[in-house]
Ligand binder design. Structure first.
Ligand code: MG
Length: 497
C-alpha cells in the first residue's frame, strides 16, 4: 500500500469529496467546450462558480487543514504521503491567503472581460479590452501581494502554475537560450535549409479523411480509446476526468492538415501522462500531473521530438498516402520540410520549434513590468510591437496580430506563459536521456513501436503524479534539475547538424 499512515488515511477520507467535486467539474468543463448548446453557457458558468466556492469551503474545513498542518514536518511519512501533504498545503495556503471578495471580483472581472477581449480581437479595437486589462493587472497585483513572495511579486504567480518557479530562474533560462536561439534562427534563415512556407499549407483536405488519419495515428501511438475520447472543440485541449477517462480534442480547419495532425499528437502527449499515473494514487490529491511545465513537456515530446522527426514522418507516410489523395504528389522529404517550416511570425500558436520560445520571452518581459506596476494596458500594447520586432524582425500591423492574440490575460492568467518554455526545455532534456537509455530509440520510432517509449515515460515521469515537486522529479529521474542546454543541443543538431 502507498498510503499507510493512519492520519493520512483519515485525511484522505476527508479529501475524497474534493476529488469527486473536481471529477464533476471536469466533466462539466469538457461538456462546455464540446457538446453544450451555446445558450447553456449562462447557467453553466453560474453552476461552476457555485461549485468552485463549495470546493474552497470543503478544502478549508478544519478536518483537512489541521491534519495537513500537523503532518507537514512529520518524518514518518513515505514519499507519497508527503506528496499528499505538500499538494494540499499549497492549495490551502493560496486559498486562505486570498480574501473571498477578491476571488469573486477576479472571477467576475475575467468573466466580463472575455467577450470584450474577443470582440476587441475580432474588430482590432484594443480600446474595448483596455479598461478590463487595466483592471485585471490591478487585481492580479493585489492577489500576488496576498499570496506573498520572497523576492519578486511575479514569483507568487509563477509558483501557482509551476511549483517553485521564480522570476530569477526564468530569467536565467532565457538569458541562456535567447542568444543561442537567435544564432540558430539566423543560420536557418540565411542558409535556407528549412523552408519558411510550403505549398501544402494551402491544400484542402476532407474532414472525414483527416479524422481517420488522426484516429489511426493515435492508435499507433498507443491511445487507448476504451479509456479516452477524441472530440472536436474550438481550441484543442486535454482533460483528465479520471485515471481511466482522459479526453482530448482537436479541430479541423479544412486546409493545412499538419495543424490538426500535430495538435492531436500534442494532446496525446498530455493524455498519456494522466493515463499512466499509478492507479494506487486514484482519488487522492496527487493523482494528476505535477505542473503545467512538466505536462507541456510530455505534449511537446510527442509532438515535436517524436512527431516532427524524420523517422516518424517516414513511418506515418503510408497512413497519410492511403487516406489523403494529394499526398501522392509529395515524397517523404517534402513532407518532412512541410512539417518543419521555420518562419519568424507574429502568432505564437503558429510558431515553429525554433522561434516559439521568443514569443514566450516577450510575454514574460511584459508580465514582469505589469506586475512591477510599470506598465498599464496601453503600454503593453505599444511595447509589444517594438519588442516582437526586435526579437523576430516582424512587426504587427494590427493589435489583433499583437497584444490581443492570446486569451490568457483576459482570464487573469499572468505567470502562465513561461510554463510553455519549460515544456520545450524539459522535452529536449528527456530526449537526451531516452536516446541514451533506449539504444534503439530511433528504430522504435521508425517501426511505430512505442511501448518501450511509453513505459520509459511512465517510470520516469507519469506514474509519480504530483508526488514530487517538478524539479525534484527531474533530479530523481534524470540526475539534474531543468537544464536548458539540452534544448539548444536539440535545435543545433536538428537544424544545423
Ligand atoms: Mg499543451
Amino acid at each position: 500500500m502507498v498510503f499507510e499512515h493512519p492520519k493520512i488515511k483519515e485525511l484522505l477520507d476527508y479529501t475524497r469529496v474534493l476529488w469527486a467535486l473536481h471529477h464533476a467539474q471536469s466533466v462539466m468543463s469538457w461538456d462546455s467546450e464540446t457538446y453544450m448548446p451555446r445558450e447553456g453557457v449562462r447557467d453553466r458558468s453560474l453552476a461552476m462558480a457555485e461549485l468552485a466556492a463549495l470546493y474552497q469551503k470543503l478544502l478549508l474545513r478544519d478536518e483537512v487543514v489541521k491534519p495537513v498542518e500537523e503532518l507537514l514536518d512529520n518524518e514518518d511519512l513515505n514519499d507519497y504521503e508527503r506528496g499528499v501533504v505538500r499538494v494540499l498545503h499549497r492549495s490551502i495556503r493560496i486559498m486562505k491567503a486570498l480574501p473571498p471578495k477578491l476571488v469573486m471580483e477576479i472571477a467576475k472581472t475575467t468573466e466580463e472581460a472575455r467577450p470584450y477581449w474577443k470582440e476587441a480581437r475580432d474588430k482590432n479595437k484594443f480600446e474595448l479590452f483596455e479598461p478590463y486589462l487595466d483592471k485585471i493587472i490591478k487585481l492580479v497585483i493585489e492577489a500576488a501581494d496576498y499570496i506573498g513572495y520572497e523576492e519578486h511579486r511575479y514569483d507568487a504567480l509563477l509558483d501557482r502554475y509551476e511549483e517553485g518557479l521564480t522570476k530569477a530562474r526564468v530569467e536565467e533560462m532565457f538569458n541562456y537560450i535567447e542568444p543561442r536561439i537567435r544564432r540558430v534562427l539566423d543560420r536557418v534563415l540565411s542558409e535556407g535549409r528549412y523552408p519558411q512556407n510550403h505549398e501544402l499549407e494551402e491544400v484542402k483536405y476532407e474532414v472525414e479523411a483527416m479524422e481517420r488519419v488522426n484516429k489511426t495515428i493515435l492508435e499507433k501511438l498507443g491511445y487507448p480509446f476504451e479509456r479516452g475520447r477524441l472530440d472536436v472543440s474550438a481550441h484543442p485541449f486535454t482533460i483528465g476526468i479520471g485515471l481511466d477517462d482522459v479526453r482530448i480534442t482537436t479541430r479541423y480547419e479544412g486546409k493545412d492538415f499538419k495543424r490538426t495532425l500535430y495538435s492531436t499528437i500534442h494532446e496525446f502527449g498530455h493524455a498519456l501522462y494522466d493515463l499512466q499515473i499509478d492507479k494506487r494514487l486514484r482519488m487522492t490529491p496527487v493523482a494528476h500531473g505535477v505542473s503545467l511545465g512538466i505536462h507541456e513537456s510530455q505534449s511537446r515530446f510527442w509532438e515535436n521530438v517524436i512527431g516532427r522527426s524524420m523517422a516518424f514522418v517516414e513511418a506515418i507516410y503510408p497512413i497519410l498516402r492511403d487516406n489523403l489523395d494529394f499526398i501522392n504528389g509529395y515524397g517523404i522529404d517534402e513532407l518532412y520540410y512541410y512539417f518543419n517550416t521555420v518562419k519568424p511570425s507574429l502568432i505564437r500558436v503558429e510558431a515553429d520549434e525554433v522561434t516559439y520560445n521568443l514569443h514566450i520571452l516577450l510575454r514574460f518581459k511584459l508580465e514582469v513590468k505589469m506586475m512591477e506596476g510599470e506598465y498599464k494596458a496601453r503600454d503593453v500594447a505599444e511595447v509589444w510591437n517594438d519588442e516582437i520586432e526586435r526579437l523576430l524582425g516582424v512587426r504587427p500591423k494590427t493589435y489583433s496580430e499583437g497584444v490581443l492574440q492570446d486569451i490568457h490575460w483576459s482570464m487573469g492568467s499572468i505567470g502562465y506563459f513561461p510554463t510553455y518554455t519549460i515544456g520545450n526545455l524539459v522535452a529536449a532534456q528527456i530526449y537526451s536521456h531516452i536516446k541514451r537509455d533506449l539504444k534503439d530509440f530511433t528504430e522504435l520510432v521508425s517501426g511505430l513501436r512505442f511501448e518501450p517509449v511509453r513505459e520509459y515515460l511512465r517510470e520516469k515521469i507519469h506514474k509519480w503524479g504530483a508526488t514530487y515537486p517538478p524539479e525534484e522529479l527531474l533530479r530523481r529521474s534524470f540526475g539534474e534539475p531543468m537544464n536548458p542546454k539540452y534544448f539548444i543541443e536539440y535545435l543545433e543538431s536538428k537544424y544545423l547538424g
